[in-house]
Every structure is written in structure tokens, then in C-alpha cells.
Design a binder for this molecule. Structure first.
Ligand code: PLP
Length: 428
């Protein structure tokens, strides 16, 4: 049995290149982070060899005594990390990732073609909350369920709760989803609870982006108001790629959430759990219940505020005027620029961020602080990062003016050509 370098030098070389890329760049993608060596050790372990369909104590395969011990430990740590021990909540730690976790909730609570309302993707929501365009139902969620998105008030950049309420009273959804991929503010859970109760809907929070911040109590707690809370495990929580579903153990709207969720995960939509991920997640959750983790999350938020303030000093207008969490959205349209071009230029300078996840109007960029905070950045370094981004924006403007043609491909061709006078400056 050989190690990777000997068994497959091609894959080893690609992993090494990716590792160098990760360490060379300023990683500002809001949904990414660097997990720990301990988590990666568990993920890269013999746990990947084992089949364990079912739940602890109720498996369809033999030989699961240690896997049962692991999954129970992971569940206990998940409840402890989110301050739910002793409360009437349970958790399923088997979802393979965030999108499957969400679809499992829909399968558990709804019948095909039942109605749902989530934040529209161009306004910061996630695909799995029911995205569709006027021409096409893009997400599986909008194919199998009837989706009526709610939106932001464009003048404030905040969720338009009045509009959500009015639409919900007409549309009468069975499920309302809080949570987002690109929203720099907290959700108003009490208001959303009131709206859900007025129309007899379940209220779910997808806290994927902010779960680390929730665990550290630096943002509002969705568990006080929601029936179900889903999350990915690899963003601010800093674990392995995976998902979790938390559910109230009560019957809600006549549904036993615990058995509905567990059955939707398996056998509804999944087979064997990824035990190596559950192992890595257990390691991550032990750390997520520590004072060091709380300090890290406070630093994530403080860095984000310092970063947003510096951008404002430089003349930018962050969406909603700033940030309460780990990300800032910058609208570049007032400069006559778009996020895609800035993303490409900054990529050449090893600064990794993404154009605002708005698929329809890629008008800006989304910048998050969790990953570089893991790498030790504090406020001072984020202020310097804002200055570097500003430089990148200036260079993007110059390149845009110099390029002939308006297509992104023309722009890309130009900035990669020797004709681009700033090539050296960008890629130093
Ligand atoms: N939910 C939200 C709010 C997200 O931002 C994301 C991913 O970015 C997901 C769900 C999906 O997670 P995954 O990519 O693990 O399917």
C-alpha cells in the first residue's frame, strides 16, 4: 500500500499546486475557510471505508459499534455548540452538504408543489431556496415546489419584511426560509415568526454562512424562533464540507419533525453517511464550543467592520451601508464597473473574492473575513486589504477603458496579453 506521491504523482502534484494557491492568495470568498489539520486528519481516515445506513443503534449494516459512538458524539457536540443541550432540539449530522440538507427539509415538510418563500437569489438568497428566472425554473427546489421569492428593499439593502408579509398573506406558503448567501445583516426572526404564524407556515433558517457566528453568539440566535435550522459545516463554522439539520423535537403543524427529517435524509434522499465527514465535523464542533472559537468569531466580525469602514473612507458604498456579520457587498455600478472584471484582475494578483452572487446583475463584489481571520489577520491587515482592492478597482477601470469591445471575453483576452500595461503590476 503506497502513499499518494508514489501511487499517483499526478493527483499529488495537483493537490500540491492547489495547496500553494491557497496559501499564496488573500482568500476573501465569504463562503470559504481553512479547516484545521485535526479535522483533515479525521476526514482522511479509515472512517471513509464504512457503510452505516440508518441512525446509531438502528443500522442496516454490521460492524457499526464505533461509528455509532462517533455519530452520537457528533450529535451531542452539535447540540452543545449551538447551546441546545437540555433543550427540546435534535440534529441530523448526515446531510452530505448544504443543498441536500435543504432539499431534505423540503421533502420532510412538504408535498410536491407545496408553496415556499425564500430570499431571491439576485437579492442574496441561495439557489436551493427556490431560484427561478422568468423563463426557467433553475433550482430543483423551484421545479418540485412552487416558489415565490421575497426581496430586499433596494433603497435600504434590507429585507423588505412588509412586502414579504403582504405576499405571504396572498401566496400562503407552507414554508418560509430565512438565510442567505450574500446578506450583510441579521434576519429579523421575530418578525418572520409572526408572518409564518399568520399564514400557518413552518419557519426555517439556513444559517450556512453565519453558523460559526451563531455558535459564538455574535449574531442573533435563530433557534429562538425557527422550527428548523440547516447549515453547511465548512464556512464560518470552519469544519469539513458537509451539512446538518437541527429540528425542534415537538410536533409542529401536526408534523413530528424528528421522524420526518430523519426519514427524509435516509432513506428519502441519501444512502450511507459519509462517516469520515462526520468524524471531521465532530472535531470541528468540539472546537466550536470553546472560548478560542468565540474570540475568533468576534474577530471575524470586528475585521469585517474595519474593512467596511475603510471601503467607505475610500468612497465605496457597501450594500445596506455596512455589515453586522462576516461579509461586505460592494456595488461597483456607480463606478461604471462590474464585479466580474474586478474579480478577474484581483485573481491575477492572488486576491480571491467573487462577483456578487447576483446572477442577473453582477454589479458588485462579495468579500468575507472568515478565511483570512483564520490565517491571523486583524483589523490592520483588513484595512490594508481594502487598500489593495481599491488599487485593483482602479486598474480594472483603466483596463476597461483601454480594451476594445465590451464583452467580458474581450476584457479577459486584453488583461492576459502583453499589451496590458499593468500586467506586471497586477501579477507581482
Ligand atoms: N445555503 C446557503 C445559504 C449557502 O450560501 C450555500 C452555499 O454557498 C448553501 C446553502 C449550499 O451549500 P453546499 O454548497 O454545501 O451545497
Amino acid at each position: 500500500d503506497h502513499g499518494l506521491a508514489e501511487a499517483d504523482p499526478d493527483v499529488r502534484a495537483i493537490i500540491d499546486k492547489e495547496k500553494q494557491r491557497q496559501f499564496r492568495s488573500l482568500e476573501l470568498i465569504a463562503s470559504e475557510n481553512f479547516t484545521s489539520r485535526a479535522v483533515m486528519e479525521a476526514v482522511g481516515s479509515c472512517l471513509t471505508n464504512k457503510y452505516s445506513e440508518g441512525l446509531p443503534g438502528k443500522r442496516y449494516y454490521g460492524g457499526n459499534e464505533y461509528i455509532d459512538e462517533l455519530e452520537i458524539l457528533c450529535q451531542e457536540r452539535a447540540l452543545a455548540a449551538f447551546h441546545l443541550d437540555g433543550k427540546n432540539w435534535g440534529v441530523n449530522v448526515q446531510p452530505l452538504s448544504g443543498s441536500p440538507a435543504n432539499f431534505e427539509v423540503y421533502t420532510a415538510l412538504l408535498n410536491p408543489h407545496d408553496r415556499i418563500m425564500g430570499l431571491d437569489l439576485p437579492h442574496g438568497g441561495h439557489l436551493s431556496h427556490g431560484f427561478m428566472t422568468p423563463k426557467r425554473r433553475v433550482s430543483g427546489t423551484s421545479i418540485y415546489f412552487e416558489s415565490m421569492p421575497y426581496r430586499l428593499d433596494e433603497s435600504t439593502g434590507l429585507v423588505d419584511y412588509d412586502m414579504l408579509e403582504k405576499t405571504a398573506l396572498l401566496f400562503r406558503p407552507k414554508l418560509i426560509i430565512a438565510g442567505a448567501s450574500a446578506y450583510p445583516r441579521d434576519f429579523d426572526y421575530p418578525r418572520m415568526r409572526k408572518i409564518a404564524d399568520a399564514v400557518g407556515a413552518f419557519l426555517m433558517m439556513d444559517m450556512a454562512h453565519i453558523s460559526g457566528l451563531v455558535a459564538a453568539n455574535v449574531v442573533a440566535d435563530p433557534f429562538d424562533y425557527c422550527d428548523i435550522v440547516t447549515t453547511t459545516t465548512h464556512k464560518s463554522l470552519r469544519g469539513p464540507r458537509g451539512g446538518m439539520i437541527f429540528f425542534k423535537k415537538d410536533r409542529v403543524l401536526g408534523v413530528d419533525l424528528e421522524s420526518a427529517i430523519n426519514n427524509a435524509v435516509f432513506p428519502g434522499l441519501q444512502g450511507g453517511p459519509h462517516n469520515h465527514t462526520i468524524g471531521g465535523l465532530a472535531v470541528c464542533l468540539k472546537y466550536a464550543h470553546s472560548p478560542e472559537f468565540d474570540a475568533y468569531q468576534r474577530q471575524v466580525v470586528s475585521n469585517c467592520r474595519a474593512f467596511a469602514s475603510r471601503l467607505i473612507e475610500l468612497g465605496y458604498k457597501p450594500v445596506s451601508g455596512g455589515s453586522d456579520n462576516h461579509l461586505v457587498l460592494v456595488d461597483l455600478r456607480p463606478l461604471g464597473l462590474d464585479g466580474a472584471r474586478v474579480e478577474k484582475i484581483l485573481d491575477m494578483a492572488s486576491i480571491t473574492l467573487n462577483k456578487n452572487s447576483s446572477a442577473l446583475v453582477p454589479g458588485g463584489i462579495r468579500i468575507g473575513t472568515p478565511a483570512m481571520t483564520t490565517r491571523g489577520f486583524a483589523e490592520k491587515e483588513f484595512i490594508a486589504t481594502a487598500d489593495l482592492i481599491h488599487e485593483g478597482v482602479q486598474i480594472s477601470l483603466e483596463a476597461k477603458q483601454a480594451v476594445s469591445g465590451t464583452k467580458l471575453q474581450d476584457f479577459m483576452k486584453f488583461i492576459k496579453s502583453p499589451e496590458f500595461p499593468l500586467l506586471d503590476q497586477v501579477s507581482h
